[in-house]
Design a binder for this molecule. Sequence first.
Ligand code: IVH
Length: 670
Amino acid sequence: MGTGPNFLAKRIERLRKTIRHHDYRYYVLNQPEISDAEYDRLMGELKSLEAQAPRLVTKDSPTQRVGGVPDVAFRPVRHATSMLSLDNTFSEEELIAWHQRVAKGLTGAHPTYTVEPKIDGVGLALTYERGLLVQAATRGDGTTGEEVTANAKTVRAIPLRLQGESPRRLEVRGEVFMALADFKRYNDAAKREGGETFANPRNAAAGSLRQKDPRITATRPLRFFAHSYGAVEGIEFETHWEFLDSCQRLGLPITEHASRCASFEEVRKRCRRLEQLRDRLEYEADGAVVKVNELSLQRRLGMTFKSPRWAIAYKFTALQATTQVVGVGHSVGRTGAVTPVASLKPVACGGVTISSATLHNYDEVKRLGVRIGDWVVIQRAGDVIPQVVKVIESRRTGHERAIKPPAKCPVCGGDVAKEKEAEVAYRCINPLCPAQLIRLVLHFGSRNAMDIEGLGDVVVEQLVAQQLIHDLADLYRLAEQDLLKLPLFAKKKAQKLLDAVQASKARGLARLLYGLGIRHVGEKAARDLAEQFGSMDRLMDADLATVDAMRGIGSVVAEAVVRFFRRPQTRALIKRLEAAGVRMTQEAPKGPRPLADQTFVFTGELAHLTRPQAEALVRQLGGAASSSVSRETDYVVVGESPGSKFEKAKQLGVKLIDEAAFLRMTKAAQ
Ligand code: IVH
């Protein structure tokens, strides 16, 4: 390996190229390919090489600008003051060096500090005018971000209106993120329903915030913490701590782990403490942020090209470890999706022993370039499943073996295929695969589906293994003597399960449709279908255009539904369920339906109801609530500061009513 000037120039150029590539993946595509720790390392290396050779620094080096290129999908928003990033330190020595620079810049002054967790989410700027949320924008490249107001409004932690006495203007900045427990629940449900899962909570937050349809964002469990601000008018604070305090008073969430430190010694202690706490936090934090508390001192310190001198990120040691891939196994989900799982030489990582890591899917295997026998870096965060971060290519011996998608299902031996070329997942296409059957039966019996108590993992595995059930309808043919053959089943337990199975027959069409495990059909879609079709017969005979036209049903769901009911196996199954006495109809929601067949669109802020409450009210009274105005819209309800829907409604000549008129319509109805 050379060390001359030529080598240095080449290495710098390569690093820039790599970093630009990752900036693009991260900022534009929201699909990072490497962990933040790895990115920080690349950037750290580039910075230190450029420091060695200042004449090689170019204006377009990634070290000389704030971020990446903004995406084009959402309206660009220029930030009134740029959204800065933070410089990172990776050790206590570096943190001390930062403190020394601060002390030097502030001779004679005695700053105090704040320490907060550095939340691994997506930066968001919220603009409140006279207390009303008027705009939400992502950070983008720091200068220009994207408007995501509609999506941000669906995040419940973000107040639409501030509490108490509101400033004329407040641009509060913070982090949108998904808590670890919510992330796990979300991914588990996505797996059950055959949807795409996210690799980590940060991707989940970013992907959810960038949905084209705010209704999808609304279903994602996003949260928000405020941590800084942009333009403010009509409110003053002298310290960062006062700002955090004001946030709380105004109803803006802040992290409960923020603390004020009277000395730098306390700062060091607090950083260490947060690092210890890290595994117990509800969300992923990759460091602590230390800020000089007094704003007057912040101003004295000022900023460098891209980050303030008065704040620094103290990065925690990444919970990473190096180990070897000894094999690859596969698990088969309810929808037949085959997930590759790496078996690892057991290794300690952040206090636990890790012996396997998910590889998500075969695109991920290809992206990582991982082979059996490879040495890899794995990473663990909170209780998230360990992941392979990268392959250490320099340790290859040439004896590594490629990881190939299995040609046969590892459980049933049936064929495995990609349904569509564009799809990421390989699926076992044998509908009778026991692995799929077990998961399908568990889903069918789950609380929000047919709610069959006592139909747990062990029982279902035994029922399938003993060949007592081959499809869902067999559940309704189970007799006491069948169950008594199973280990751990006595008369009482058997009778209880049979009673629960019996009771499930009456659950109705919505739960049945959800329980059938049709791809992309979650609880809400199942309810929408059931309410609008009323009976299984009508739904089974509907063509694509009819299903697609239903309220709340998108084209992906419609296609999946029609394809599902076209299959002869499905029709046979439904017949058998019907013969067993399973209810195939849905009663219309109780109560009067005075808004039946009328479509409402809401724009602007309502004074008495939140948007979801208003929409729920419409649906409860038999009407439909839509998020966009068309000729099909019957009424547009106009609140305060209405948006473009108001203009569109005027253009199309749709009837406009105010909130009071809307409330009268619903009251008259109740
Ligand atoms: S303060 C000028 N505080 O980290 C300082 N940022 O790399 C503005 N972040 O863009 C940010 N937790 O999105 C601050 N407690 C915290 C933070 C935090 C996460 C993010 C933020 C920022 C990025 C900087």
